[in-house]
Design a protein around this ligand. Structure first.
Ligand SMILES: Cc1cc2nc3c(=O)[nH]c(=O)nc-3n(C[C@H](O)[C@H](O)[C@H](O)COP(=O)(O)OP(=O)(O)OC[C@H]3O[C@@H](n4cnc5c(N)ncnc54)[C@H](O)[C@@H]3O)c2cc1C
Length: 458
């Protein structure tokens, strides 16, 4: 029989505002244990590389502070999340457990194991990480949407819960064992390695401040015009906060809907993309590694080219700028992600998985649903209805970085090359070129385009 203690097992929801898991646990009769488990399996799978480890440490610290302000505290454990949670629940005399639904194969498996061990003492909450639960919107006769346009139209009309207030007061029970101190958790996370020098700071406080600036101060109004402008940096940069759940997507969507401007509508559309990819991964967890739609590709293997791409040394300045931004900030502008991903998978015709893996190692917002499925979208093995389009890095540079500022910011070797000339350093006079420590283009664009078209049988 439940004893009246409730555990809020926090996973993708490291926040006190609009957190259905914490909210429900706090509303049960009796005390609440907000729990986070540093899961060995996730770490061993390489899913907590330095940037996300450092960001996660910020999130946990911020969350613990907010919980303490309300009379609670975060219990931090390490090990197998299922085993640790169930052991705690039993030691508390049969506590109830609340958790957010999982999307990936790993998350779904965790949920099944918890269910098997806890039975009806487990409550799984939907629409915690997304605004619409995967599976809540379905086309006739299918278990997920495969076309974004149709999904988006349904998504705009979908019922959504109202954002929940943060619990005002929490009460902790007598705990049967002590957890890790925050300092110990930080140390363990820091063992992942040194984070990127320009990494954003994590935590719900940061997230709420950014959301206020983004929606409250008019920044979002310029979004439709600046969204693809690489130099303007005119996107919200909320992705890592959404990924770790220190910002609720439901609350962001709710506020944007209230705003009602064209900019807010464009921002909402991006949140719909996020939900779209989550519902796709939930229905097809195999797409974390396998093609959603195989194009019978026989990818090339070329470790030297892969290495040049990873290090921003392809000789195509826009591609290199994006890759260097990733290494410096642990984040990359969406347009640059598209250009660099197209360059790897179509221009070099290397397996999208090797690019996705590099992104996942460095992106602070790196997540299976958005990363793998965006990679597949670009590589043409995903849901893009024009799977064979190739983004030409020079044309992309002319459109989205016309004066070359973005390139000059991230590729210091080219900082003195003026204007749009920076996108074609090979056209500089030989004497100027010789002074630059910058590589020649790795491949010729027309030849690589022909190679790609042959490979796809076009
Ligand atoms: C190859 C590739 C890999 C990507 N990997 C990831 C990833 O691992 N994690 C991730 O969150 N996003 C990923 N994206 C999507 C997108 O690039 C980022 O979400 C966006 O750049 C984050 O910046 P922002 O918060 O300023 O976005 P904004 O433009 O302000 O958009 C608001 C929010 O909408 C969501 N969003 C925006 N674009 C997309 C999209 N195309 N797909 C899904 N959600 C979107 C994000 O949560 C974002 O924070 C990837 C895109 C590509 C092309």
């Amino acid at each position: 029989m439940p004893t009246g203690v409730s555990i809020a097992l926090l996973t993708c929801d490291l926040r006190v505002h609009d957190n259905p898991v914490l909210h429900a646990a706090a509303r049960d009769d009796g005390p609440t244990v907000p729990l986070f488990v540093l899961d060995d399996a996730i770490r061993e799978a390489g899913f907590v590389p330095p940037n996300r480890a450092a960001f996660l440490a910020d999130c946990l610290e911020d969350l613990d502070r907010s919980l303490r302000d309300r009379g609670g505290a975060l219990l931090l454990l390490q090990g197998d999340a299922v085993e640790r949670t169930v052991r705690l629940a039993e030691a508390l005399g049969g506590a109830r457990v609340h958790v957010a639904e999982g999307f990936s194969g790993f998350g779904q498996h965790r949920e099944q194991r918890l269910r098997a061990l806890l039975g009806d003492r487990l409550t799984v909450h939907q629409a915690v990480a997304t605004t619409v639960a995967p599976g809540a919107l379905l086309p006739a006769g299918r278990d997920h949407y495969a076309v974004f346009g149709a999904y988006h139209r349904r998504w705009l009309l979908a019922e959504r819960r109202k954002p929940l207030l943060a619990p005002r007061k929490l009460t902790l029970p007598q705990l049967p064992f002590t957890g890790l101190t925050m300092a110990a958790a930080r140390d363990r996370l820091a063992a992942a390695g040194k984070p990127a020098p320009g990494l954003m700071a994590g935590g719900e406080g940061q997230a709420r401040q950014r959301l206020r600036r983004w929606l409250g101060s008019g920044a979002v109004d310029d979004y439709p015009t600046l969204q693809d402008d690489l130099n303007a940096d005119g996107t919200s940069r909320l992705s890592p906060y959404l990924h770790f759940g220190c910002l609720s997507a439901t609350e962001a969507a709710h506020r944007a809907t209230r705003e009602g401007s064209p900019g807010a509508a464009a921002f909402l559309r991006q949140l719909a993309w996020r939900d779209f990819h989550h519902q796709l991964l939930a229905a097809r967890p195999d797409c974390a590694h396998g093609d959603y739609r195989s194009r019978q590709d026989h990818w090339r293997e070329d470790p030297a080219e892969l290495d040049a791409w990873r290090n921003g040394r392809t000789g195509y300045p826009l591609v290199d700028a994006g890759m260097r931004q990733l290494l410096h900030e642990g984040w990359m502008h969406n347009r640059a992600r598209m250009v660099t991903a197209s360059f790897l998978s179509k221009t070099l015709y290397l397996d999208w998985r090797s690019g996705a893996e590099h992104f996942l190692r460095h992106l602070v917002d790196g997540d299976l649903a958005n990363n793998q499925l965006n990679w597949q979208w670009v590589a043409g093995t995903g849901t893009d209805t024009r799977p064979n389009r190739v983004l030409n890095p020079l044309r992309q540079a002319e459109r989205f970085d016309p004066q070359g500022e973005y390139v000059r910011r991230w590729v210091p070797e080219l900082a003195d090359v003026p204007g749009a000339a920076v996108h074609r350093p090979w056209q500089l006079p030989a004497a100027d070129r010789a002074r630059l420590d910058y590589p020649e283009p790795l491949v010729a664009l027309d030849e690589s385009l022909a190679r790609f078209r042959r490979a796809r049988g076009l």
